[in-house]
Design a protein around this ligand. Structure first.
Ligand SMILES: [Zn+2]
Length: 137
């Protein structure tokens, strides 16, 4: 009887962890590639990253440049900021964006989209159905 119980406990404790790891693997944001040219910073794989995030580039650039306190624009697949920034600066802000606008706070999966419902904006999760009110960027 004891053996059966401990076996069951072990089986239960393994299930949520496996499910979490699987969803983590599905969402791999590439490392930020950034070079400084003169007084500007070029985020070279901007397009690749917003493809993974499944968010419009103009929204992401608005958030990131706002947080960096500078002006930003999109040229080709690059995002360009006035001023010299480091990869850590951009990664920091990008993680803040992902936490606030991509990851569902209920189930922690990234399968979300932003929808306007009535007068408010919501992050709607297709994995668990949660609707989380957000502040528009
Ligand atoms: Zn969810």
């Amino acid at each position: 009887m004891d053996d059966y119980d401990s076996l069951l406990d072990r089986a239960r404790s393994q299930v949520p962890e496996d499910a979490f790891n699987k969803s983590g693997e599905r969402f791999k944001v590439p490392d930020v590639r950034l070079v400084v040219q003169g007084n500007r910073s070029l985020w070279q794989n901007f397009q690749d990253i917003i493809n993974v995030l499944n968010r419009p580039g103009r929204e992401v650039i608005k958030f990131v440049s706002g947080q960096l306190g500078t002006a930003g624009s999109i040229e080709g697949g690059n995002a360009i900021f006035n001023g010299k920034f480091t990869i850590e600066n951009v990664k920091d802000v990008l993680n803040r964006y992902i936490d606030s606008y991509v990851i569902c706070p209920v189930c922690t999966r990234p399968d979300t989209e932003i929808k306007k419902i009535g007068k408010g904006y919501y992050m709607v999760c297709s994995a668990c159905g949660a609707q989380t009110a957000i502040r528009p960027v």
